[in-house]
Design a protein around this ligand. Structure first.
Ligand SMILES: [Zn+2]
Length: 262
């Protein structure tokens, strides 16, 4: 796991307050003013231990200058990267992204087995404006330097460059990217992630849909990461419009299972 870039800004977040803010504030976590302190409980046998929770850190900025925030929990060898949002009009995952660190830490032994890296949302401008693309109208999920690109070299936007560079530095064992689909839910995979997709299915009943079964996505993160970099990547497609709390409860166990790497 390589060294991360120097961060220039830190903020913190309290899970329950964050959950509330995610539900009531347009734009979810990105626009929520973070509370001033953080503690979190981890159950260890009959004792409940208060442990510090790593803070959200800024690893880059969007075209309009909004922070792209990153957070790491756990210290285990297995490296998993969660991308909480790509398309700004797909906000079903805001609760999942807020609650995942707590759920990860609450599962006994997981933090010593795996390290979970989270990018809150790679498209904060799109989230703010509720648009699929970023503020220049670029679909960030077509801006990766995948070999199936039809034109250009990709990485034309600062948001995609931040995530691209993070993947190169981390070389994760698994990437999970949060999206939503207009009329159904499923778990999509690219590259060597078939087994992870079926583990996800086993804990959620979400159907497994290989990328070969859906429209070609030149320059997508899945194409670059999964097929060109041979890094397993799951694209989690919640049904569009699913309440964020329900989206989380439907897939919580599946997300934790693939993070464990059963
Ligand atoms: Zn999407």
């Amino acid at each position: 796991m390589a060294h991360l870039p120097a961060f220039v800004h830190t903020v913190s977040m309290r899970p329950m307050a964050t959950l509330f803010l995610c539900l009531v504030v347009p734009g979810g976590c990105v626009q929520a003013p973070p509370p001033a302190w953080v503690t979190e409980r981890q159950n260890a046998g009959t004792e409940s231990t208060v442990i510090p929770v790593p803070k959200w850190q800024e690893i880059g900025r969007s075209v309009e200058g909004r922070p792209i925030r990153y957070r790491k929990v756990g210290s285990g060898h297995r490296c998993v990267l969660w991308i909480g949002g790509v398309h700004g009009n797909e906000t079903e995952g805001v609760v999942a992204t807020c609650e995942l660190p707590s759920a990860f830490l609450a599962e006994k032994g997981l933090a010593s087995r795996a390290t979970l890296h989270l990018v809150e949302d790679m498209n904060p401008d799109g989230r703010f404006a509720r648009t699929r693309g970023n503020s220049r109208g670029v679909d960030l999920n077509r801006d990766f330097p995948a070999s199936n690109r039809r034109n250009g070299r990709g990485l034309s936007q600062p948001e995609s460059r931040v995530v691209h560079d993070l993947v190169l530095k981390l070389q994760p064992d698994l990437v999970i990217v949060a999206h939503s689909w207009r009329d159904r839910c499923f778990i999509n995979f690219d590259g060597p992630a078939r087994r992870a997709a079926y583990i996800f299915h086993g804990h959620s009943r979400y159907p497994v849909v290989p990328s070969t079964n859906i429209a070609v996505t030149p320059g997508s993160m899945g194409s670059w990461c999964g097929w060109d970099m041979a890094i397993p990547i799951l694209t989690l497609e919640w049904r569009r419009g699913t309440p964020p709390g329900l989206a989380w409860t439907e897939t919580k166990e599946a997300i934790l299972a693939v993070t464990r790497g059963e």
